[in-house]
Design a protein around this ligand. Structure first.
Ligand SMILES: NC(=O)c1ccc[n+]([C@@H]2O[C@H](COP(=O)([O-])OP(=O)(O)OC[C@H]3O[C@@H](n4cnc5c(N)ncnc54)[C@H](OP(=O)(O)O)[C@@H]3O)[C@@H](O)[C@H]2O)c1
Length: 362
């Protein structure tokens, strides 16, 4: 006998198929069972297209044909996010659930952007919170945007044994191995935007696109490249302005950048100093759920000081960079309020000769 948790776990696996394609919508999966056997499966594939519940109902019709309606009346639904009850680009899922007389619905995580399916539908038995933590973790970006008005922020840093992140001379561009760099491209593809500072642009001139990520190229949407240029240093010729992806520049005055794929957002110096303003702009104006930071230590320190890093991923290479190194963290110099910052170690993974460590600030 398959347990409700196992059915919900399958719904979560289905949801994950939408990792690259549902943005800015959440990933959602749905399983429909009759007498504990799965009769329909669905997931949300693309924003603006069918939701997981509707796709799973459709799948019941594909599987059972003329007996689908009577099967649905006696079925149970397992859905990873509270069904929508408002009309967006598609009709509300709550209507489909009621129309087909589904009597019992298991929901993993609530959705505060909806007006309370769980509270409103008195004729349906609703069981909330099954595998809630897993479901919230899956859509951590969506929940962050909704509940904190900012994206979920992941900082990436490649670092040597002596804390070196680059050579000041600009030599030795790669610290980590090819397999780690490939992993970074995967990380870029799974984030909706990448933030960096002018220090990195002027020293490394990166293009910050996702290439060779291992994902299906048709599914990869290039992340929005975001740079904070408070002193108008950039001239639009840098690789970050290539036409391969869009770029958003936060600056303080009218800019000389003329690139067609870029957009300029002007804010006062004071407003730019509070990085929360940038984060809420990305959430509200650009619907960005997930942001990756690929900057040097100056911008990263500022983000840490403002408690804006949710996760730090270190690619630790067995290499010493020596005296000419630029170091990972210098926060004492520009953030008096910080003395030390503690982290909790999550995952550790060997990537070739490097170690990938995922950390959460305490
Ligand atoms: N190992 C790695 O994974 C990795 C990744 C990226 C970069 N790097 C290395 O990092 C080095 C560059 O580091 P960096 O620290 O000089 O540059 P950075 O952190 O990339 O950029 C720093 C600049 O960001 C701007 N900025 C915008 N908002 C800010 C704020 N609220 N607080 C502080 N600064 C803000 C400032 O310039 P304005 O005042 O002009 O706006 C500042 O000078 C390069 O050598 C690069 O190779 C290494």
């Amino acid at each position: 006998m398959t347990s409700p948790s196992e059915h919900m776990r399958e719904a979560l696996s289905l949801a994950k198929k939408g990792l690259l394609t549902t943005r800015p919508n959440p990933m959602v999966g749905c399983v429909i069972t009759l007498d504990n056997k799965v009769i329909g499966r669905g997931w949300h594939q693309k924003a603006g297209e069918g939701h997981a519940e509707v796709n799973a109902i459709q799948n019941v019709f594909e599987n059972l044909g003329s007996s689908a309606e009577s099967a649905l009346e006696n079925s149970e639904m397992f859905v990873t996010l509270e069904p929508c009850s408002t009309t967006g680009r598609t009709p509300p899922c709550s209507e489909s659930i009621k129309r087909y007389g589904i009597k019992k619905v298991y929901i993993a995580s609530e959705d505060i952007s909806q007006d309370g399916f769980a509270k409103k539908e008195k004729d349906i038995e609703i069981i909330e919170g099954l595998l809630r933590d897993e479901a919230r973790a899956l859509n951590r970006g969506f929940f962050s945007r909704l509940e904190k008005n900012r994206p979920f922020i992941t900082a990436k840093m490649a670092v040597g044994l002596d804390g070196g992140i680059a050579l000041n001379s600009g030599k030795s561009k790669w610290i980590t191995s090819e397999i780690s760099r490939k992993d970074v491209h995967k990380l870029r593809a799974s984030n909706e935007a990448i933030l960096t500072g002018t220090g990195t642009i002027l020293k490394d001139n990166p293009s910050l696109t996702s290439r060779d990520s291992g994902y299906d190229i048709n599914d990869v949407k290039q992340p929005l490249r975001v740079v904070i240029d408070r002193n108008n240093y950039l001239n639009g010729e840098e690789n970050i302005f290539s036409s391969k992806a869009e770029t958003l520049v936060f600056t303080t005055k009218h800019s000389k950048i003329k690139s067609k794929s870029s957009e300029i957002c002007i804010m006062s110096k004071n407003d730019l100093a509070d990085l929360n303003n940038i984060m809420s702009y990305l959430a509200e104006e650009k619907s960005i759920n997930t942001l990756m930071v690929e900057s040097g230590s100056i911008l990263l320190d500022a983000l840490l000081a403002q408690e804006l890093i949710d996760e730090l991923i270190l690619y630790h290479a067995p290499k010493l960079l020596g005296k000419d190194r630029n170091t990972f963290s210098k926060f004492g110099q520009n953030n008096q309020k910080l003395s030390t910052i503690g982290f909790t170690i999550g995952d550790m993974e060997n990537l070739g000769e490097d170690l990938k460590i995922t950390l959460t600030p305490k």
